[in-house]
Design a protein around this ligand. Structure first.
Ligand code: ATP
Length: 222
């Protein structure tokens, strides 16, 4: 598996469909890196998202290429194509296991997810086991991030309690923590971008210029 050598010791993982990557994804990565002092962030496009999308997703090669363009020049942000090497749906637990095996136990992994996804975490394959391999970082709106996160933790992660001095929920020693990170909402989604292009509207305010150029030159989302 190809991974950059300079990931450092505190590595964030941002999974998604990235069809296409947009400024909201970049804002999330930046906010988490700052809040938790991460050394790098790996953007991991899903080869086959397990929660079946309601539309035909673009080829993995296009989605990964747009990520490469968006992250060029962003020090510490990298694309990983590891989910393209597996057969079947891209389950996060398999990705975390592979990364842990590859990177060894000396590196801290932080699996980043939006609040929308986190409240549905019980529907994910082996959701409790995820914390054997990484900590969770849950991004939510500043007004109710910790409260919403706390409700999901209480329901689906028995044994986790909030450690005020660490600003996170902790479980048994050796298991990952759950960090709430508050971030002002960035009003953009890939759905909105695909829809805008279909309607002939510009998306230059929503994605990096290189991504907008790629979408145009490849004729995506028309
Ligand atoms: P779609 O509209 O196709 O469902 P999306 O814009 O939600 O896509 P994904 O690739 O599915 O993008 O998202 C990857 C991750 O980024 C998810 O954890 C999602 O919650 C988060 N995310 C996406 N957009 C935003 C945003 N504007 N603000 C905060 N988090 C976001």
């Amino acid at each position: 598996m190809e991974l950059p050598h300079n990931l450092g010791r505190r590595v964030g993982i941002l999974g998604g469909t990235f069809d296409p990557v947009h400024n909201g994804h970049l804002a999330v990565a930046e906010a988490v890196r700052k809040a938790l002092d991460l050394s790098s962030i790996l953007f991991v496009p899903a080869f086959l998202p397990p929660h079946k999308p309601t539309y035909t997703i673009s080829a993995f090669a296009h989605r990964a290429a747009m990520l490469e363009l968006a992250l060029a020049g962003e020090a510490g942000f990298f694309v990983s194509r590891l989910e393209a090497q597996r057969v079947g749906p891209s389950f996060s637990i398999d990705t975390l296991k592979a990364l842990r095996l590859w990177l060894g136990s000396g590196i801290e992994l932080f699996f980043i997810t939006g609040m929308d996804a986190f409240v549905e975490i019980h529907t994910w394959k082996a959701h409790r086991e995820l914390l054997d391999y990484a900590s969770f970082v849950v991004i939510g709106r500043p007004d109710h991030c910790q409260q919403s996160c706390g409700q999901t933790v209480a329901t689906h992660f028995p044994g986790y309690t909030f450690a005020e001095n660490q600003g996170c929920w902790q479980g048994e020693p050796g298991r990952g923590a759950i960090y709430p990170v508050a971030m002002a909402p960035v009003k953009v989604s890939s759905t909105e971008i695909r829809e805008a292009i279909r309607q002939g509207r510009s998306v230059r305010a929503l994605v990096p210029a290189s991504v907008a150029d790629y979408i145009g030159s490849q004729g995506l989302y028309r």
